[in-house]
Design a protein around this ligand. Structure first.
Ligand SMILES: C[S@@+](CC[C@H](N)C(=O)[O-])C[C@H]1O[C@@H](n2cnc3c(N)ncnc32)[C@H](O)[C@@H]1O
Length: 234
C-alpha cells in the first residue's frame, strides 16, 4: 500500500522547475520570519521539506529546528546547513523528546493535508505541550472541502506569471495531471477542513485560534491559522 510518507521520501516533481522551488521556499521562509515576535525565538518548522532558504529564518531567530519525516529530505537539509550553527535538523521522534514550553514559534506549512485527522490531533497535542505560554502556532495551507485541483492550478499559473516561471508551470501542470502525486491524491485522499472545523480542532487541543486574512502559500482559497495556547481553566 503506497503512502504519503513514502512519496515525500522519494524523488518527485512537485515543483515545476528549480525557479519555482527557489521562489516557493524563499517566500515561505520570509513569511515564517515575519511571524517571529523577537530575535531570540526558538522556532520549529514541522514538515519543513527542503527549506532551502531556512538561513533567512535563522538570521532572525535564536535557533531553528527543521523537522521532516522523510529521511532523504533530512539528509539533504542537514548537508545544506551543516555550516549554520543556528539550524538543527531533527526527526519527528526528536520533536517528541523536546522539553515542554520550549518553543516560541511552531510553523507547519502544507503539512496537515497529508495527515489523518487522528495524526493531526496527536500533533496538535504535542505542539500545545511544546509551545511557551506566549508562543504562537501557525498552520498554513489548510484545504477547505470545496477547494480542488482546478483552484490549485489557477493559483499556480498566477504565481508563476508573477514570478517568472509561467512556461514551466504550464508544462508542469500537464505533467502533474498524469503524475504519481495525482494518482496518490485520488487513492489516499488528502485531509480537508472547513474554517469552523479547523478552529474547533484547535480549541479542542487547547488553543485559541483565528484564521488569517492571507494564506502563506499562493492559493488564496486555502487557509492559514494562527493559534496561541489558551489559558488552562481549572
Ligand atoms: C508539501 S511538503 C511541504 C514542505 C514545506 N513545509 C513547504 O512549505 O514547502 C510536506 C512535507 O511534510 C513532510 N511530512 C509529512 N508528514 C510528516 C510528519 N508526520 N511529520 C513530519 N514531516 C512530515 C513530508 O516529508 C514533506 O517534506
Amino acid at each position: 500500500m503506497p503512502s504519503w510518507r513514502e512519496f515525500w521520501d522519494s524523488a518527485h516533481s512537485i515543483y515545476v522547475s528549480e525557479r519555482h522551488k527557489d521562489v516557493h521556499y524563499r517566500d515561505v521562509a520570509e513569511q515564517l520570519a515575519g511571524f517571529m515576535s523577537h530575535p531570540n525565538a526558538r522556532v520549529l518548522d514541522h514538515g519543513s521539506g527542503e527549506a532551502i532558504h531556512a538561513d533567512l529564518v535563522a538570521a532572525a531567530a535564536r535557533e531553528v529546528l527543521l523537522c521532516d519525516s522523510a529521511a532523504s529530505v533530512r539528509a539533504s537539509i542537514a548537508a545544506r546547513f551543516a555550516g549554520n550553527p543556528k539550524i538543527k535538523v531533527i526527526a519527528p521522534e526528536d520533536v517528541e523528546r523536546l522539553p515542554g514550553a520550549s518553543l516560541d514559534l511552531i510553523f507547519a506549512n502544507s503539512l496537515v493535508q497529508y495527515l489523518t485527522p487522528a495524526e493531526l490531533d496527536r500533533l496538535l497535542a504535542l505542539w500545545r505541550r511544546l509551545l511557551a505560554p506566549n508562543g504562537v502556532l501557525i498552520v498554513a495551507d489548510v484545504i477547505p472541502p470545496h477547494v480542488g485541483a482546478l483552484s490549485d492550478g489557477i493559483a499556480l499559473i498566477r504565481y508563476a506569471g508573477a514570478n517568472g516561471f509561467l512556461g514551466a508551470a504550464l508544462v508542469g501542470l500537464g505533467r502533474t495531471a498524469l503524475s504519481r502525486y495525482r494518482r496518490l491524491r485520488s487513492e489516499l485522499g488528502i485531509a480537508r477542513y472547513s474554517e469552523a472545523e479547523f478552529l474547533a480542532k484547535l480549541r479542542a487541543a487547547g488553543f485559541s485560534g483565528e484564521r488569517l486574512a492571507k494564506n502563506v502559500e499562493h492559493n488564496p482559497a486555502r487557509m492559514t491559522f494562527r493559534a496561541r495556547p489558551a489559558p488552562l481553566t481549572s
